[in-house]
Design a protein around this ligand. Structure first.
Ligand code: NAI
Ligand code: MG
Length: 481
């Protein structure tokens, strides 16, 4: 029990101005779509925030045509340094409107305002700044002397980091000279629609960025549109595989950033206080709705009890509740559907014989909530050790030797992220070199930077985003100089 209580510290929502309904952002204007409308809610309260257009395949066609026109007539002819100026302008406007973006993201997603304010929005702006710098230096990126854009890029993003995933997609596409049709996730369209306003404010030529809201069918129409040159997708492995099947035999390029089941490996010489913070950050950041979450904790057997005792103590101090409260650590689950998936997999953990422990906390009665939970006694065969839960649920396993840690960490269909905790630099490097994961963090977890490539092995996806590697995905590589 904490020795004192915090007073409420709610962020004001007065800074955001949510319209009662939104159309589709095509060719620089909001238009009424041909499809029906649906309601978008605040998952912490179930309050309806606005009505959103469900983009039809005719709407996708309009958006692709607008993107093609903008590519052929304006964007591909513009000097690269001029293109870069638009990205700088967008980045600066995002910073100026950071508080508005943070509040809107928290209202529509359910993540704590502390995270949207301190992580999502600053990182999103950083991606635009970083890529703005590349726009007129692409011939120095090591990708050939005259790398060329693909043309029109279709981008489909998930709901866990709505604005940040938009920036991971849109910033490199524009910097490399492509135009974009972006489909946000159905549950979290609002910051993408605010971004449309930023594009207008920045004077971005019409059609360079088009935003078509809707669900899976809208995304599928974008993937199959014949005039799209490249698809960039972040989301479930299931949909990623469907996209790969759809584009086989076409000339479309594709990058897929899919799921994960990241191993977070704790050796017995690990710095214990930092390790506990890193475990908590690894799985409870963003309610565990993180593709690279450290969702499989591998603890060396001789420190297993000590780590668990400290972890339970630390978890008991997590503040779960109102995402708009500045003291909140863990917010709402993004949707009823996601809460259902988390509940189903956790029940499978019970049924397979793992032991559940959850933090004692009062969950709000409205909205979608799940208490931070750990399962001990997990074996490698359990579903909760193999499948992505995508929620605040940690599966704990043990190991005796470094070789066993590696074998267990790599025993997964995924390969997105991993963490290593040890006092010894040589052990850290030895371990990192043997892990089949796109990102390996040493004595930290869930750190992101636009300069650093991110992406997976195996069922975690194809290609990299961020850094020089991420540029390659948006360029047709020319003759090597
Ligand atoms: P999803 O993969 O269905 O949704 C991601 C995006 O793809 C959304 O914009 C959605 O509208 C779109 N989409 C859905 N079906 C499509 C199709 N056939 N063609 C083109 N686009 C399509 O993910 P969902 O249903 O929200 O979550 C299911 C599970 O996927 C989660 O429980 C989690 O395990 C995983 N997931 C992983 C993410 C990651 O970052 N790796 C992000 C979101 C979900
Ligand atoms: Mg789905």
């Amino acid at each position: 029990m904490s020795p004192f209580e915090y007073a409420p510290a709610p962020e004001s929502r007065a800074i955001v101005d949510i319209a009662s309904s939104y159309g589709l952002f095509i060719n620089g204007e909001f238009i009424n779509g041909a499809g029906t409308a649906y309601k978008t809610i605040n998952p912490a309260t179930e309050e309806v925030l606005s009505e959103i257009a469900e983009g039809s395949s005719a709407d996708i066609d309009l958006a692709v045509k607008a993107a093609r026109r903008a590519y052929a007539k304006v964007w591909s002819k513009m000097p690269a340094a001029e293109r870069g100026k638009y990205l700088y302008r967008i980045a600066r406007i995002m910073q100026e409107r950071a508080r508005e973006f943070a509040v809107l993201e928290t209202l529509n997603n359910g993540k704590p305002i502390r995270e949207s304010r301190d992580i999502d929005v600053p990182l999103a702006a950083a991606h635009f700044f970083y890529h703005a710098g590349w726009a007129d230096k692409l011939e120095h990126a090591g990708l050939g002397s005259a790398p060329k854009p693909h043309g029109v890029v279709g981008q489909i993003i998930p709901w866990n980091f709505p604005l940040l995933m938009l920036s991971w997609k849109v910033a490199p596409a524009l910097a490399t000279g492509n135009t974009v049709v972006l489909k946000p996730a159905e549950t979290t369209p609002l910051t993408a629609l605010l971004f449309a306003d930023v594009c207008r404010q920045a004077g971005l030529p019409p059609g360079v960025v088009n935003i078509v809201t809707g669900a899976g069918a809208t995304g599928a129409a974008l993937v199959s549109h014949p005039d799209v040159n490249k698809i960039a997708f972040t989301g479930s492995t299931k949909v990623g595989k469907a996209i790969a099947r759809e584009i086989v035999g076409t000339k479309k390029s594709v990058t897929l950033e899919l799921g994960g089941k990241g191993a977070n490996i704790v050796f017995d010489d690990a710095p214990m206080d930092e390790t506990i913070e890193g475990i908590v950050n690894g799985i409870f950041f963003n309610q565990g709705h993180v593709c690279c979450a450290g969702s499989r904790l591998l603890i060396q057997e001789n420190v297993h009890e000590e780590v668990l005792e400290r972890l339970r103590h630390r978890m008991s101090q997590l503040r779960v509740g109102d995402p708009m409260d500045k003291n909140t650590d863990v917010g709402a689950i993004n949707s009823a559907a996601q809460l259902g998936r988390i509940t189903e997999l956790a029940t499978a953990g019970d049924n397979e014989g793992a032991q559940r422990w959850s933090t004692p906390c009062d969950l709000p009665t409205k909205g979608f909530w799940y208490a931070p939970t750990i399962f001990t006694g997990v074996t490698q065969a359990h579903r909760i050790a193999r499948e992505e839960i995508f929620g605040p649920v940690l599966s704990v396993l043990t190991f005796r030797t470094p070789a066993e840690a590696i074998e267990k960490a790599n025993n997964t269909p995924y390969g997105l992220s991993a963490g290593v905790w040890t006092d010894k630099g040589s052990r850290l490097l030895w371990t990192a070199a043997r892990l089949r994961a796109g990102v390996v963090w040493g004595n930290t977890f869930n750190r992101f930077d636009p300069t650093s490539p991110f992406g997976g092995y195996k069922e975690s996806g194809w290609g990299r985003e961020g850094g020089r590697h991420g540029l390659a995905a948006y360029l047709k590589q020319g003759e090597q100089a």
